[in-house]
Write a protein that binds this ligand. Structure first.
Ligand SMILES: Cc1cc2nc3c(=O)[nH]c(=O)nc-3n(C[C@H](O)[C@H](O)[C@H](O)COP(=O)(O)O)c2cc1C
Length: 304
């Protein structure tokens, strides 16, 4: 018998639990010649803002031991170009499209969310709460429970789509923030976004990134992601969770599922192996079959 990989995150239903993470797979279409897009659990777009953005000046990526540091700065074509040019072609694949919403002000998050909600073919919205808040000198929205609640509540008013709040790991205790997001109307939580860091080049005696500070991702952050996921699982046992951070193998994905993730996202590893998400989904099926387990939901949250 073929194991059942389908998962339901509230109203968001996926054929398998392996998604590609925001910002690491373009808008999905960029990979159509390399990857069978119909085999992905869902495609998360790069974060979309109201106006097109060029992002930060280069260098904006640096390699680090077991990971990378990036400061792309939300480069994107803007929400309208996405809706007019990309979305009609992307939705033909029939894979759920999760649109990542970004903003420098709460009003911008709301405007972007409203436009995406009116478009045809968006399965859910994912709020990137790691955006710098203009009104607070660039602090991430997602490091503060009240700011998190304000963004989520404002977007909740503006959309009927399933709403995912993507949390920042750059906090001491993530649980009050997770609770604030759910109380304000988030249906699903996704964690984690990148971990703040800097890198210095000892030869040139310069920061490696033009913007100095970047976000760390890749295998180095996996234990941090697992830690936050595990803590949120304990404090919000009913909320569907998406685990992301350092996943580059079937076993990595299993670790998140065993700790309670309904689904996982693959980010940095797409740069090494664009077909990885598809292969991890196949590997999960093989793991279940080998162990005589009939569905992926049967093992979810079994490590406590
Ligand atoms: C180059 C790059 C760009 C990213 N862009 C976004 C983005 O636009 N929006 C977002 O929510 N997260 C973005 N992320 C964060 C990833 O979606 C993911 O949360 C993080 O990298 C941890 O997962 P990973 O270790 O598998 O990469 C980006 C990450 C990288 C490496």
């Amino acid at each position: 018998m073929t194991p059942d990989l389908s998962v339901a995150l509230g109203r968001l239903r996926l054929r398998n639990p392996v998604m590609v993470a925001a910002g690491t797979f373009g808008y999905g279409l960029d990979y159509r010649d390399l990857v069978d897009l119909t085999q992905l659990g869902a495609i998360v777009t790069k974060s979309l803002t109201l106006a097109p953005r060029m992002g930060n000046p280069p260098p904006r990526v640096a390699e680090t031991p077991a990971g990378m540091l990036n400061a792309i700065g939300l480069q994107n074509d803007g929400v309208e170009a996405f809706i007019l040019e990309t979305l009609p072609r992307l939705r033909e694949y029939g894979t759920p499209i999760v649109a990542s919403v970004a903003g420098e002000t709460i009003e911008e998050y709301v405007q972007v969310a409203m436009k995406l909600s009116r478009a045809e073919g968006v399965a859910a919205l994912e709020l990137n709460l790691s955006c710098p808040n203009q009104a607070r000198g660039g602090m991430e929205y997602g490091v503060h429970p009240e700011l998190t609640a304000q963004v989520v509540a404002a977007v909740r008013q503006a959309t009927d789509l399933p709403l995912i709040a993507k949390l920042s790991p750059n906090v001491g205790d993530i649980t009050p923030i997770a609770q604030a997001a759910v109380q304000a109307g988030a249906d699903i939580l996704c964690l984690i976004n990148t971990v703040l860091g800097v890198a210095v080049d000892a030869r040139t005696r310069q920061f490696r990134l033009a913007s100095k500070v970047g976000g760390l991702s890749g295998p180095a952050v996996k234990p941090i992601a697992l830690y936050h996921l595990w803590r949120v699982r304990q404090s919000l046992p009913e909320t569907p969770l998406i685990g992301v951070g350092g996943i580059s193998s079937v076993d990595d994905a299993l670790e998140f599922i065993l700790l309670g993730a309904h689904a996982v996202q693959i980010g940095t590893a797409n740069y090494v192996q664009p077909t990885l998400a598809q292969e991890v989904a196949q590997g999960l099926a093989a793991y279940l079959q080998e162990n005589g387990i009939d569905s992926v939901t049967a093992i979810r949250g079994t490590v406590r």
